[in-house]
Design a protein around this ligand. Structure first.
Ligand SMILES: Nc1ncnc2c1ncn2[C@@H]1O[C@H](COP(=O)(O)OP(=O)(O)OP(=O)(O)O)[C@@H](O)[C@H]1O
Length: 275
C-alpha cells in the first residue's frame, strides 16, 4: 500500500473525519542507534467509526493509541483531532487496557465514577451532592447495561475477570468520551467470555456511538467489532492492508459461522502471514 496516500476510510461514510493521521512515524534511540518502529502511516478515521489495528508484536500498535490519547504525541508527522494537532493529553478519551486495574479500595460503582473526579466539567459538578447523585444513577444504569446491576457495591476482588473488564469499560465510557481506545481489552479472558464481551461492547458502542480504536491479536474479534481493520506490517511498520467490513450490524455470534465472516478473517490472516 502506498503510504504517501492517506487511506480514507471516512470517505465511505457521510460522517465527518474526527482523526487524521498525517504521515506519522516513530523512532527510538536504542544503545545510541536509531531504531525505526513506525515508518509512515496516513489515514483518516470518521466520527463514530469502529477501527481495529492488527499486526505482529512490536510493530507499534500500542504506540499508536498513546499518540491518539496525547500521552505521547506523534514525534514524527502529526495526528489531528477535529483538525487540531494533538500535542497534549485529550480530555474526551476513554481508555481500557488488557489489565483492568481497578482500585481495590473502591467498590465497582466508585471505580466507574473515578473519571468524573478528574475530568472537567464533571469534576466541578460532582462537588454538588445532588449532581453527584444524578451521575451515580447514570453509572448504575451503565453497570446494568453490562450485567453488573447487582455488583455496584462489590469490590474488584469479588468480581470475575470478565466482570472486572465490564466495569473497566463502564469506567472508560462514564464521561461520555468522543474516542474510546481499547488495548487488547479481552486478551486475558477465556474464549467464551471474550465472545460475550464482543456482543456487549458492540451494544455499548451502538448506544454511545463514540469513535473506537481497538488493538487486538484476535482477527475474529477485529472482524466482529470493526467497520475497518488496518493490518500493520513488521517493523518499521506501515499499513499493508485494509479491510472494510460490510457485515450487517449488529454482528451476532451466529454470523461467525458464515462464509462471509470467515472469508474476511482468512483474507486478513493471509495478509498478515505474507510478511
Ligand atoms: N521507550 C522506548 N524505548 C525504546 N523502544 C521502545 C520504547 N517504547 C516502546 N519501544 C519499542 O517500540 C516497539 C513498539 O511497541 P508497541 O508496544 O507499540 O508495540 P505493539 O505492536 O503494541 O506490540 P505488542 O503487540 O507486543 O503489544 C517495541 O519494539 C518496543 O520495544
Amino acid at each position: 500500500m502506498v503510504q504517501s496516500e492517506t487511506i480514507d476510510s471516512a470517505a465511505k461514510t457521510d460522517k465527518p473525519v474526527i482523526l487524521e493521521f498525517d504521515r506519522i512515524g516513530l523512532q527510538y534511540q536504542v544503545d545510541g542507534n536509531p531504531r525505526r518502529i513506525i515508518d509512515e502511516i496516513s489515514l483518516n478515521i470518521a466520527e463514530g467509526e469502529f477501527v481495529s489495528f492488527v499486526g505482529p508484536s512490536g510493530c507499534g500498535k500500542t504506540s499508536i493509541l498513546r499518540m491518539v490519547s496525547g500521552l505521547s504525541p506523534a514525534p514524527l508527522g502529526e495526528i489531528r483531532f477535529r483538525g487540531k494537532k494533538i500535542t497534549q493529553p485529550l480530555k474526551n478519551v476513554g481508555i481500557a487496557f488488557q489489565n483492568p486495574v481497578l482500585m481495590p479500595w473502591r467498590n465497582t460503582l466508585a471505580n466507574v465514577m473515578l473519571p468524573l473526579e478528574v475530568v472537567e466539567p464533571y469534576k466541578q459538578e460532582i462537588r454538588n451532592p445532588s449532581r453527584k447523585a444524578i451521575h451515580a444513577r447514570a453509572a448504575e444504569e451503565l453497570l446494568a447495561t453490562v450485567g453488573l446491576k447487582d455488583f455496584a457495591k462489590q469490590y474488584p476482588w469479588q468480581l470475575s475477570g470478565g466482570m472486572r473488564q465490564r466495569a473497566s469499560l463502564c469506567r472508560a465510557l462514564i464521561h461520555k468520551p468522543e474516542i474510546l481506545l481499547l488495548d487488547e481489552p479481552f486478551g486475558a479472558l477465556d474464549a467464551f467470555t471474550r465472545e460475550e464481551m464482543w456482543v456487549m461492547l458492540q451494544e455499548l458502542w451502538m448506544h454511545n456511538r463514540c469513535t473506537c480504536i481497538l488493538i487486538t491479536h484476535d482477527l475474529r474479534e477485529a472482524v466482529f467489532l470493526s467497520d475497518t481493520v488496518y493490518v500493520m506490517g513488521p517493523r518499521p511498520s506501515s499499513i499493508i492492508y485494509k479491510v472494510d467490513v460490510s457485515l450487517p450490524r449488529p454482528t451476532t455470534p451466529d454470523m461467525m459461522l458464515s462464509d462471509d465472516f470467515n472469508h474476511i478473517v482468512a483474507d486478513l490472516r493471509r495478509h498478515i502471514h505474507r510478511n
